[in-house]
Each structure stands twice: as structure tokens, then as C-alpha cells.
Design a protein around this ligand. Structure first.
Ligand code: AVJ
Ligand code: FE
Length: 442
């Protein structure tokens, strides 16, 4: 006999919570003690902040709000509550000594996990009696933590090798670039967001609402732009041609002295790539990871553009004119390793085109996994948007015209966030995320 729905939900969410904690625990176990107070990316917090943040977030939302538990360390609840982009535009100026000792944070984390686990156990036993949004809140904490597993990973990419506990990993590259190739996508409809009827599926506020748009015919690159492709742009002086850049992009590039992708390292006349645990010769067949500004300059150089959000949807989830859209590029099967490089399968990319089983109906490769994809769509609400009452700033704080939508997923994106409606976003001058791109021709 199948387990009753309540028992299944409970088992599922509790298992997912335990597994997501293991992800963030694993990442922290890779950071050597002395590097915990470092700030690998100037715009973000010191690593130590995230050690408290992923736990305090769960505690504030579930412990305090859903269960009404009493604070035992209110100063930590506040200190670690939020932190994404620095407010006010300047860079953060705190020093290592402004942060509590690791031991203090570990004790805080341990105690709140114990209290939460007990309360969750009781609450899921009687789901109808507790907070009406408990299940949604649980999913929120799990996905929030998993998003930080990704953002922590890219911060870790910036930490010096000798400050990390080395892991032995296999990096795959054939060193052979593919021939660039455009695929024509016939006009059709694309559905952005979660259908209103689809109430059971968890989604963040920016996914709610439904927006069916018709997309005219266009052509899109079959594979992501590779390091080999981008090297031609660098060698053609792409970083020096003012006309390829927007005013903001040029100003950013000039003031930060950027002349190549942030993960590339010049070694004499050889190009190397910085991976998670070692420098290797630049893998020519990997997708290039760049900021939106660099991606746009490259597209301009070819007389192409970045896709907009609906073009990405059409190429990824559409099929011949009238057929229904798919849940994933490959169809409706749940994501698995054969479909792409995601769900923490690797710390770094694999060659483009490595997962033909994950290609879309139109034969476009790697739309999900191996690197988020920049779009030219400014991040904003879908029609009918309303903020989540228990986390009103999650998306709305970024509806400022300064962020672009990214779609797809990276090697460090959890499988649950590969759903079609999921939308990620970053500023155009933020080169540290695992973001690649491909171009379109209208
Ligand atoms: C959705 C990935 C842009 O990391 O800035 C984490 C996720 N929000 N804590 C970010 C997030 C609050 C967010 N992104
Ligand atoms: Fe957060």
C-alpha cells in the first residue's frame, strides 16, 4: 500500500532538508580555518557570514515565524538574517574582527538545528494544525540553502588553492572546439512562469503568474559560446573596441581593469583556466563564463544579440508549432545525470555538447546545466506578481532595472531549481557567477 500523502510529504521534505544541509556542510568543510574570515569577492560578505546565514534564515522563518519559538541568541538572528548585494552601492567595509568566533556560530547552528528538527517533526505529524504556509516555508528554506550552496561554490572558486582542502576531481576536456552552428526556431508560444492552476508546485514569487508570449522566428546558437570562441574575440581586441560596449559596461571594464574573463589566467603566452582546485590549460571546449557586459560585447562583435527570456524558453521548451511545451528541454522526465551537468555533479564545466540526451526538441544543447545563460531581459515581475508575505524582499528588492534574467542552471545548481519557471538574476557587471551565454539572430 502506498504511504499516505502526509507521510510522503514529511519524509520527502525532511530528507531534502537533511541533504541540503549536507551540501552546505560539505562546502564549509573545504575551507581551511584561516580563510573563513576572508572576503573572496569584494561585493559579497566574508565567508564566515554564510556559515551563520543559511542557518539563521531557517531559524527566523521556521523557528520564529512558523513555530513561534523563543530566540536564544537574538543578536545572531539579526546579524545573519540577510545579506546579498551591499546596500547603498559602496563596498562593505567590515573587518574580520567584526565577526563572532567560529565556535560561537557552530554552537548557535547546532542548537537551532536541534530545535527546528523537533518542531518540524511535531508539525508534520499534524500538518493541518500548524502554520498554513508551513510546507511552502520549508521548501523556501531548502531552496534558499541550495542557492547558497551555489553562491558559496563560486565564492570558493575565488579562494586561493592552498586555503582549500584539496579534492581529487576529474576535469573533462577534449581540447577540441566545435564548429559554431545556428539553429532556426520557428515562431510559436512560450510560457513563462508557473501556471496559476499549478498551485502544488513550489515556486518563488517571481515565478508566479503566467505569461504566454508569442515568439517570432529567430536563430540561436546550438552550443554555448566556448573559451575557443571567446578567445577569438579577445585576440581581435574585443576588450579595446569602445563601440562594442555600453557606457556602463565600458566604465565597469575600465575601472576594474578587466581584459579577459575572470577565470582566465595569462601565463606567458599561454592561457590557463582557474578551476576549483587547480590551474589547467584553458579548455577550449568549455563554455566561457563571463559577465553580462562581456557577453553583450561579444554578441555585438558578431552582429548578434543575447536572447531575451522568451526566446530562451522557446528554444529550450518549445517544439514544432502546436505541440505542448515541455517541462525540460529533453521532455518531461525528471533531471538525471545523462541530461546535463548540474545538481553538484561537478565543480567545473564539461565540454559543450557532452549531453546529447539533454538537447531540446530543436536540437539545442546544454540549455539546462553547465552554466547559467544570460538573457537581455531585465529582471522584473511577471503579470500578477505579488511578493511572498514571509519574504517580501526576495525578488522585489531587485526590480530596479539593474539586474538581468539568467536561465538554465550550472554544475552547482540543485536539481529542484531546474524547473522551467525558475528565474535567476544578477547585475551585468558581476563576473563571478557560473554564467555563460549563446547568441541569437532575429
Ligand atoms: C537568486 C541567486 C540572485 O544569491 O543573490 C540568497 C539568492 N537570495 N539569499 C542571490 C538569494 C537571498 C539570490 N539569487
Ligand atoms: Fe540568503
Amino acid at each position: 500500500m502506498a504511504a499516505p500523502a502526509a507521510v510522503r510529504i514529511r519524509h520527502d521534505l525532511q530528507t531534502r532538508l537533511v541533504r541540503s544541509r549536507a551540501r552546505t556542510d560539505e562546502i564549509f568543510s573545504l575551507i581551511r580555518e584561516e580563510a573563513l574570515y576572508d572576503r573572496p569577492v569584494a561585493e559579497r560578505h566574508r565567508l564566515i557570514f554564510y556559515l551563520g546565514h543559511v542557518e539563521a534564515f531557517d531559524w527566523n522563518l521556521l523557528g520564529r515565524r512558523a513555530f513561534g519559538l523563543r530566540s536564544f541568541r537574538p543578536a545572531f538572528d539579526q546579524l545573519f538574517a540577510f545579506g546579498i548585494d551591499p546596500v547603498g552601492g559602496g563596498l562593505p567595509t567590515d573587518g574580520p574582527l567584526d565577526w563572532p568566533a567560529r565556535r560561537e556560530i557552530d554552537l548557535y547552528n547546532q542548537r537551532l538545528r536541534e530545535e527546528l528538527d523537533t518542531a518540524i517533526d511535531v508539525a508534520l505529524e499534524h500538518p493541518s494544525e500548524g502554520h498554513p504556509q508551513l510546507l511552502e516555508m520549508l521548501e523556501t528554506t531548502i531552496e534558499h540553502r541550495l542557492m547558497h550552496a551555489e553562491t558559496l561554490s563560486y565564492l570558493l572558486h575565488r579562494v586561493p588553492y592552498d586555503s582549500k582542502v584539496a579534492k581529487s576531481v576529474t576535469l573533462r576536456t577534449h581540447g577540441r572546439p566545435l564548429k559554431p552552428d545556428l539553429v532556426e526556431i520557428p515562431e510559436g508560444e512560450a510560457t513563462l512562469g508557473l501556471c496559476k492552476s499549478n498551485q502544488e508546485t513550489f515556486g518563488w514569487d517571481n515565478e508566479r503568474g503566467e505569461c504566454v508570449v508569442s515568439v517570432p522566428t529567430f536563430a540561436i546558437e546550438r552550443h554555448n559560446v566556448t573559451n575557443a570562441d571567446f578567445l577569438r574575440f579577445v585576440q581581435a581586441g574585443g576588450y579595446q573596441h569602445r563601440s562594442l560596449w555600453t557606457d556602463g559596461g565600458w566604465a565597469w571594464k575600465e575601472s576594474s581593469g578587466i581584459e579577459h574573463p575572470v577565470s582566465w589566467v595569462r601565463n606567458g603566452n599561454m592561457w590557463m583556466a582557474r578551476t576549483m582546485f587547480e590551474d589547467i590549460r584553458l579548455p577550449l571546449d568549455w563554455p566561457v563564463y563571463v559577465s553580462h557586459a562581456e557577453a553583450s560585447a561579444y554578441a555585438n562583435w558578431l552582429g548578434r544579440r543575447l536572447p531575451n527570456e522568451e526566446q530562451f524558453h522557446r528554444a529550450a521548451y518549445g517544439s514544432s508549432h502546436h505541440a505542448a511545451e515541455r517541462q525540460y528541454p529533453w521532455g518531461n522526465d525528471e533531471p538525471s545525470a545523462k541530461h546535463g551537468n548540474f545538481d553538484f555533479a561537478n565543480w567545473d564545466p564539461v565540454p559543450v555538447g557532452s549531453h546529447p540526451a539533454g538537447a531540446s526538441a530543436f536540437g539545442v544543447h546544454d540549455l539546462v546545466g553547465n552554466g547559467w545563460e544570460w538573457t537581455r531581459t531585465i529582471f522584473g515581475p511577471l503579470p500578477g506578481f505579488s511578493a511572498m508575505p514571509f519574504y517580501p524582499g526576495y525578488s522585489a528588492n531587485f526590480f530596479d532595472g539593474q539586474h538581468f534574467v539568467m536561465k538554465g542552471g550550472s554544475p552547482r545548481t540543485a536539481a529542484c531549481m531546474l524547473r522551467r519557471s525558475f528565474r535567476n538574476w544578477f547585475q551585468p557587471h558581476y563576473p563571478y557567477v557560473y554564467a555563460t551565454f549563446r547568441c541569437v539572430e532575429d
